[in-house]
Write a protein that binds this ligand. Structure first.
Ligand code: AMP
Ligand code: MG
Length: 334
């Protein structure tokens, strides 16, 4: 298969919409990460998404919509709180798990009775959904297990020749996947942290709790509230450790054949090979660069990488959640 490279202009958007309407698979830019989109109502197209990514069949997809009418098509028994969250956070990086309608197949929801829905704010994504007049099921446009793509080059590196097209939009502004909450149970639960923070959510959902799997490994056989959380994720090939604590520079300076992924503030004190992944005073910068940096790590040829962990608050919680998985839960506390 030859993957078409489309510009993020009117013509590219029209072509992308046409391919999607005909059952094709197209990588599109969103504000979070690049998504691998297909018509949410077309089972054959959805199967092609799973195949291109090598995604396990039991990991459901997020359905992307462009207006509230589409929400009523894909979900049922929508609670009032969902509308309040939509008003405050949509379009934007919040995904809500709701009861699914009959239009959503087992294939999209991996057999669950729910569907995850999001309205992206990125204009190219918005226009492609609007133009195709289809809700688009879209996981991150990477090979399963690898860091999520935040540029179209990442997508091409992973999926060239395996998908119909890629829309060459801008670098993603957020850089980590959406916040996922479920409103389908008795109480709201945060399943995956993202740029919409738990602190912001509490303003509308004061009783929201954080699922255990956000910060710790599931016990063998334990059921995941969000199936994606049980899989290895975001991992470089190089053995990765997450390091918590203040004396990061002193710690890594004793290491050989290693790379430090550090804050800008401590970079000068670090004497081994290093990559700066943001400034500690502004954790949004970590989210921004995280996946690009994880893709760089393997190119350095070192044996071990030590990543300095951010605070677990605000967007830092999302970054920590991705890093602890990239490190396969190997955390060093200084
Ligand atoms: P990705 O497609 O890579 O952004 O991952 C989507 C995430 O949303 C995965 O962790 C899924 O397990 C989760 N997800 C999607 N649909 C549901 C659902 N119906 N219930 C719970 N989690 C879901
Ligand atoms: Mg993903």
């Amino acid at each position: 298969m030859i993957t078409q490279k489309l510009n993020a202009d009117r013509q590219g958007i029209n072509t992308a919409a046409e391919i999607l309407k005909n059952g094709g698979v197209v990588a599109i830019p969103t504000e979070t990460v690049y998504g691998l989109a297909a018509n949410a109502y077309d089972e054959k197209a959805i199967k092609a998404v799973f195949k291109a990514k090598g995604r396990p069949q039991d990991n459901p997809l997020i359905v992307h919509i462009s207006d509230m009418e589409m929400l009523n098509e894909v979900a049922e028994d929508i609670p009032k709180t969902a509308f309040r969250c939509a008003e405050k956070f949509w379009p934007g990086p919040l995904t809500m798990v709701l009861k699914r309608s009959d239009k959503i197949s087992d294939c999209v929801s991996a057999g669950l009775s729910t569907v995850a829905v999001r309205m992206p704010s990125e204009q190219t994504a918005h226009k492609i959904i609007k133009e195709s007049r289809l809700p688009l099921a879209a996981p991150s446009a990477n090979v399963s297990g690898k860091p999520s793509p935040t540029t179209y080059t990442h997508v091409i590196n992973d999926l060239d020749g395996k998908i119909d097209a890629v829309v060459m939009g801008a670098e993603c502004t957020v850089g980590v996947e959406s916040t996922v909450i479920t409103l389908a149970g008795e109480h709201p639960v945060l399943l995956r942290p993202g740029a919409v923070t738990i602190e912001q959510l509490k303003e509308i959902l004061p009783d929201i709790t954080v699922d255990k799997a956000v910060l710790s490994e599931l016990a063998p056989g334990q059921k995941a509230a969000s199936p994606g959380m049980k899989y290895k994720h975001y991992a470089p090939q190089t053995e990765t450790f997450l390091v918590e604590g203040e004396n990061f520079a002193d710690f890594v300076n004793t290491k050989q054949n290693a790379l430090a992924v550090c804050f800008a503030e401590e970079s000068e004190q670090i004497k081994i090979p290093k990559i700066v992944y943001g400034t500690n005073t502004n954790p949004e910068t970590f989210a921004n660069k995280l996946f690009g940096v994880l893709r760089e790590v393997d190119k350095t040829g070192v044996k071990t990488v030590f990543v300095h962990a951010p605070e677990k608050s605000g967007v830092g919680l999302a970054v920590y959640n991705r890093l602890i998985r990239a490190a396969a839960f190997k955390v060093i506390k200084l």
